[in-house]
Design a binder for this molecule. Structure first.
Ligand code: PEP
Ligand code: MN
Length: 339
């Protein structure tokens, strides 16, 4: 249930309303905007009489909401959430376009620093790189693990780019102290214990949609993180399983307007894992920018044919540079999806 207050609500009446609501055994989630204050009721509201709430003078409207996600719901929080990354002013959401670029996996110091410098020069504002890799085969390269994180931190120091990397298991969390954005990969989207625990830290979380999960399931996973206290969630559509086999996955462009209608959280697109084919990465990225995404996360490799993971979908630094130029042309015309 949500309660919308009249503008400039009287403080004493606001306190009286809060007191009454608290006695109904629900938790209050208060969102104070510049013009409007909204109270979200979390918990079982089936016994609460809407008409009694409407009798409080300061109440403008009361609505029951159907969706089981509350913290992530646009109805509770009409304004876009803007996630602040690191201390250098990088933001995701609220009108900008964030570009996260880098290799699928960190392979060596020379590789990660070289790619970080190149993508920064082209305008990327964050560096990606997997240290702990979720691979379908246990015989495939599993990432450089702790050593990979050290190399990412060296690249961050060398370029100033905030770093985004995947956490697969809570046992790795201590190593992530200097990571700027923790990625929860598609395969872990419904690892609820992991979600609850990362909800207790205050770092931004990049939450990828599972291979065959609905928007509501993705938002419920975001809800796990938010209900544990961390509101800094960035949603990522990375392609879903369909009957089509030509591409690695199918990029669901509808996820952009749909998720941004349902939720105030920023939505970014991963064209690389969606396509699985390097030459499709630019068209999908441009579609994402035009459709109103808050950014993209793109795999860039200096030598894709020798990459230890996902070379076929990795674009080179010159192709990335060209893509950035095209994105800049599209951004002024893109759709803005608001409440
Ligand atoms: C990745 O970004 O490196 C990755 C493994 O992505 P996903 O979880 O979307 O497959
Ligand atoms: Mn990859």
């Amino acid at each position: 249930m949500i309660i919308i207050l009249k503008e400039n609500a009287d403080a004493a009446q606001f306190d009286a309303l809060k007191d009454w609501l608290t006695k109904q055994n629900v938790t209050l989630h208060i969102s104070e905007g510049i013009q409007q204050t909204i109270i979200g009721l979390i918990g079982d509201t089936s016994h609460i009489d809407l008409d009694i709430i409407k009798q409080f003078d300061i109440v403008d409207d009361v609505k029951r909401i159907q969706e089981p996600f509350k913290n992530a719901n646009r109805k509770f929080h009409p304004l876009d959430t803007v996630v602040q990354v690191g201390s250098g002013g990088v933001k995701v959401g609220g009108g900008g376009f964030a570009v996260i670029a880098g290799p699928c996996s960190v392979e060596s110091e020379e590789q990660i620093i070289g790619i970080a410098e190149a993508v920064k020069k082209s305008g990327a504002n964050m560096l990606r790189g997997g240290a702990f890799k979720p691979r379908t085969s246990p015989y495939s390269f599993q990432g450089l693990r702790a050593e990979g994180l050290k190399l990412l931190l060296k690249a961050k120091k060398a370029t100033g780019l905030p770093i985004v990397t995947e956490l697969m298991d809570l046992s790795q969390l201590d190593l992530f102290a200097d990571v700027d954005v923790i990625q929860i990969g598609a395969r872990n989207m419904q690892n609820f214990e992991l979600l609850k625990q990362i909800g207790k830290c205050d770092k931004p979380i990049l939450l990828k949609r599972g291979l065959a999960n609905t928007y509501q399931e993705l938002l419920m996973s975001a809800e796990y993180i938010m209900a544990s206290g961390n509101q800094n969630v960035i949603l990522c559509e990375r392609g879903i399983r369909t009957f089509e086999t030509y591409t690695r996955n199918t990029l669901d462009i509808s996820a952009i307007p749909a998720l941004k209608t349902l939720s105030h959280l920023p939505v970014i697109i991963d064209p690389s894992h969606a396509a699985g084919i390097a030459r499709f990465v630019a068209p999908l990225s441009l579609a994402a920018a035009a459709a109103g995404a808050d950014g993209i996360i793109v795999e860039v490799h200096n030598n894709p044919s020798c990459a230890l993971c996902d070379g076929a979908q990795s674009i080179t630094p010159p192709v990335f540079d060209d893509l950035m130029e095209k994105i800049r042309h599209i951004l002024p015309f893109r759709c803005q999806i608001k409440a």
